[in-house]
Design a protein around this ligand. Structure first.
Ligand SMILES: Cc1cc2nc3c(=O)[nH]c(=O)nc-3n(C[C@H](O)[C@H](O)[C@H](O)COP(=O)(O)OP(=O)(O)OC[C@H]3O[C@@H](n4cnc5c(N)ncnc54)[C@H](O)[C@@H]3O)c2cc1C
Length: 279
């Protein structure tokens, strides 16, 4: 590695000032992506700004409207273990618990994963399905961006230079959680992810939200699919039609985890299994 300055600011304002002073500085969260990229010479920042001591980026707390605010520095493991999501946001710990292996879950953070913006990772699709909001602080102040508008493409997000993800806010998600992923082995990134929630009683789908991940530059969620399923008996033909619509809408790559054709082929089956699991 080339020489790199290391800063460990004690507060958010100091971290923002350090990033504003050096456009080649990088925030460091859990290091599970940044450190391998440094080791592989894929990045060469002039400085690393650790977010470890920023109290604003910690904590998992319920808000008055029933939403849950997750500090950006909360690890996947802490989120997976938290009981706070049980009543309204069960999708969140389910997604967290499926990420990688325990070692990576113990260090990797939700804020780091969002900022990295890798479309094969588990948070983008789960947060789009949950209608979550990404909270950001930067040189121009604070702002919030809907998850659907935050993940813009492969390793591309709505973050502007010098901005830090401070928290993720997840509103209540009606229905039972869905987070189903196919991966070649446990602890690998997924080949296909289906995330969302559904309320299915007596065979009738009362509400549903479904997003597909790892199948293109951004998560895919279709209002037409959710409208098709809502209010109807979940007959196999209807579920198959929903799966086909999603398979036609995704834009997957051929890669080591599966060809584009393979992803399109297995997606309808995962959708059917997800809905059957809820029912
Ligand atoms: C072997 C392996 C397997 C993995 N498998 C999976 C998987 O199955 N599913 C999955 O979802 N993920 C997986 N990951 C990724 C893992 O979840 C990482 O934890 C995550 O991508 C990055 O989080 P981090 O906290 O380690 O961020 P870091 O590595 O510290 O940072 C990542 C990037 O985000 C920036 N950054 C970090 N925090 C912030 C912030 N708050 N604001 C602005 N910028 C910030 C950094 O500058 C850097 O560019 C895997 C990683 C490895 C090494």
């Amino acid at each position: 590695m080339t020489a790199v300055a290391y800063h460990r600011p004690a507060c958010l304002d100091d971290a923002l000032a350090l990033l504003a002073a050096d456009e080649d500085a990088r925030p460091l969260a859990g290091g599970q992506t940044l450190v391998p990229m440094l080791n592989l010479d894929l990045l060469a920042p002039t400085a690393i700004v650790s977010l470890a001591d920023l109290a604003d980026l910690r904590g998992i707390a319920a808000l008055a409207d029933g939403s849950i605010r997750i500090g950006a520095m909360e690890t996947h493991a802490r989120i997976a273990a938290s009981r706070i999501f049980a009543a309204g946001q069960a999708l969140v710990p389910r997604a967290a618990g499926h990420i990688a292996s325990p070692a990576i879950r113990n260090f990797g953070t939700i804020g780091g994963a969002c900022a990295h913006g890798d479309p094969v990772s588990d948070w983008p699709v789960a947060l789009v399905a949950a209608d979550a909001r990404i909270e950001i602080a930067g040189p121009a102040g604070r702002r919030g961006v809907a998850a659907a508008d935050f993940f813009l493409g492969f390793l591309t997000t709505a973050l502007e230079p010098g901005e830090i993800v401070t928290a993720i806010v997840v509103p209540p998600v009606p229905g039972r959680a869905i987070h189903l992923r196919y991966s070649r082995i446990d602890s690998d990134y997924a080949t296909v992810i289906v995330a969302g929630a559904a309320d299915i009683r007596d065979g009738i789908c009362r509400s549903v939200r479904l997003a597909v991940g790892a199948c293109g530059p951004v998560p895919v969620r279709l209002a037409a699919v959710e409208d098709l399923l809502t209010g109807r008996p979940l007959e196999p033909a209807l579920v198959a039609a929903a799966g086909r619509m999603l398979a036609e809408a995704i834009d997957p790559l051929d890669d080591v985890r599966g060809s584009a054709a393979y992803r399109r082929r297995i997606l309808p089956g995962l959708v059917a299994r997800a809905l059957a699991g809820v029912a």
